[in-house]
Design a protein around this ligand. Sequence first.
Ligand code: FES
Length: 142
Amino acid sequence: MALYSEKVMDHFTHPRNVGIIENADGVGEIGNAKCGDIMKMYLKVEDNVITDVKFETFGCGSAIATSSMATEMIKGKSIDEALKLTNKAVAEALDGLPAHKMHCSVLAEEAIKAAVKDYYDRNGIAYDKSQFPDEDCPHCHE
Ligand code: FES
């Protein structure tokens, strides 16, 4: 069996939603403690719905593929739905990732959460802090 699914290869070679959003409503940047790679996620939000999302990464192929899939999965969805997206759901949507690359998928999930938190902070919206990774140690809860 090939190490990577066709969907992973597709999203890695043709990543969706790569880039930046000028005047984004929320921006999140996360580093992966396991490998040092970084991910930046930009959100445009209207009426609690994510109308646009883009990402930039300095990460591996699995990080690119999971971020690409994750952005497709949250585009047009409400913020609440986006916050429920787990790295496992993204990996499943890609027909799986090798076990030793699962940590790469955490980058996308946490960058989305960080961008939503930034959106909440900018707009003075109250939120439950436990929904978000601890900023000082984003990977302790893996
Ligand atoms: Fe760093 Fe995959 S090895 S994100």
